[in-house]
Design a protein around this ligand. Structure first.
Ligand SMILES: *[C@@H]1O[C@H](CO)[C@@H](O)[C@H](O)[C@H]1NC(C)=O
Ligand SMILES: *[C@@H]1O[C@H](CO)[C@@H](O)[C@H](O)[C@H]1NC(C)=O
Length: 192
């Protein structure tokens, strides 16, 4: 009986692990966003997490757009907590315009070390994925296990950035510290 119980427990743990590993949620929808610059007074950064997947910015305000003169375009989302990021799904524009602009970019996962209104100061930045050739759709799985609160898409070439929808899939780990504590993150386990 004891043996059976132990075996059951081992199996149960194993299945919990399997389930937890595959049970990632979409965590970017309607979260706060920023982009390096904004083209005109439309095509704001929020358009990438509004649930509208239309990939035709030429016929309406469906996508984001940084300024045409922006030489280091980026877009980012604040997930509101620390997540383990598994994959990032990007819907670029596919209306035939300027496909070459959406190439040579990095997807970064950023973890704040302390509270700072500037998302990227005092933070640890890791490369989740690099995409070299132009694409209109990408399902990028991070190269390594990666934990963070912000996900940023950053062009390496001096082009405007247009995103029609971005999904971030991940598993909740912990809330960041609130207030303006200056203590650093030492380990995730201390956040529990
Ligand atoms: C994206 O990739 C993940 C991991 O390989 C996979 O589980 C998921 O089904 C893919 N989603 C889409 C929309 O392709
Ligand atoms: C931030 O720290 C200052 C100085 O220690 C304190 O006066 C202030 O109330 C703090 N703000 C928050 C939001 O905790």
């Amino acid at each position: 009986m004891d043996m059976l119980c132990k075996m059951f427990f081992i199996l149960w743990t194993f299945f919990c692990f399997l389930f937890a590993a595959s049970d990632t949620l979409e965590i970017a929808r309607n979260k706060p966003t920023k982009q390096s610059t904004n083209m005109e007074n439309i095509r704001h950064s929020q358009n990438a997490v509004d649930g509208d997947y239309l990939q035709t910015p030429s016929i309406g305000d469906f996508c984001t757009h940084t300024d045409l003169a922006d030489e280091s375009s980026w877009w980012a989302v604040d997930l509101g907590a620390i997540y383990e990021i598994s994959n990032v799904i990007i819907f670029g524009r596919n209306d035939g315009c300027c496909v070459e602009r959406f190439s040579n970019f990095d997807i970064e996962v950023i973890k704040p070390c302390r509270n700072n209104p500037n998302w990227f100061v005092d933070s640890v930045r890791e490369l989740c994925y690099h995409q070299q050739v132009p694409i209109t759709f990408l399902n990028a799985s991070c190269h390594n296990r990666m934990f963070g609160q912000y996900v940023r898409i950053r062009l390496n070439d001096p082009n405007p950035l247009t995103l029609c929808e971005v999904e971030v899939h991940g598993t909740f780990i912990s809330y960041s510290r609130s207030g303006n504590s200056s203590r650093k993150y030492s380990s995730l386990s201390q956040e529990k």
